[in-house]
Design a protein around this ligand. Structure first.
Ligand code: ZN
Length: 163
C-alpha cells in the first residue's frame, strides 16, 4: 500500500491520497490524486446531477469472423517484432516487444484455459479495436468477438472507439 501526502488542487488542504493497495486506509469514495476528500465530495455531488449522454462499452460483434481476427493478431505481432528489430539497428537501449495480457478462465472439467486478446482493426475496420475470446484447445467451444464503442443512453452506436 502506498499513501502519499498531497495538496488539494482546489483548496490547498494537505491530505492523504492512497496510490495503491487493496486495504483502504482512506475513504475510497473520495480518494483522488488531485482533490482533497472535501472537494472531491463536492465534485461528485455536482456531477451526479448531470445526466449521462453517452458511454463507452465493449459489445458483441459479427463485423468480422474469428479466423480473420486471429490472422490480424498474427500480422500485428509480426509488425511489432519488425519494428523492434528495426529499432535494434539504430538505438542503444530498446525495450523488448510487450503486449497487454488478459486474465484467462480455467475449465476444471476439461483442464483447459481460455484466451482473450486485443487486436487493432484492419482494412475497412481500421479505426476499431477488437477483443477475441476463445478456448485454444477446443475448436467447438464458445468464441466471442467484441468491439469498443461509444453509445448513447438508448444503446445506439455513436462511433467506434480506439482503446
Ligand atoms: Zn480541497
Amino acid at each position: 500500500m502506498r499513501i502519499c501526502i498531497q495538496y488539494c488542487k482546489n483548496c490547498g488542504a494537505e491530505y492523504k491520497w492512497q496510490a495503491s493497495g487493496s486495504n483502504w486506509e482512506v475513504d475510497r469514495t473520495y480518494n483522488d490524486h488531485e482533490y482533497c476528500p472535501e472537494c472531491k465530495k463536492a465534485i461528485i455531488e455536482a456531477l451526479v446531477k448531470i445526466p449521462k449522454k453517452s458511454e463507452l462499452k465493449w459489445i458483441l460483434t459479427d463485423l468480422i469472423d474469428f479466423d480473420t481476427l486471429l490472422e490480424w493478431e498474427k500480422l500485428e505481432n509480426q509488425e511489432v517484432q519488425e519494428r523492434y528489430e528495426e529499432k535494434l539497428k539504430t538505438e542503444e537501449i530498446v525495450l523488448p516487444p510487450m503486449k497487454r495480457v488478459f486474465a484467462s478462465l480455467w475449465d476444471t472439467e476439461t483442464n483447459q484455459h481460455s484466451r482473450s486478446f486485443m487486436v487493432k482493426g484492419r482494412e475497412e475496420h481500421k479505426n476499431k479495436v477488437f477483443m477475441g475470446f476463445y478456448w485454444p484447445k477446443d475448436e467447438d467451444k464458445e468464441k466471442k468477438i467484441t468491439v469498443f464503442i461509444r453509445q448513447d443512453m438508448k444503446g445506439n452506436l455513436i462511433k467506434y472507439e480506439k482503446e
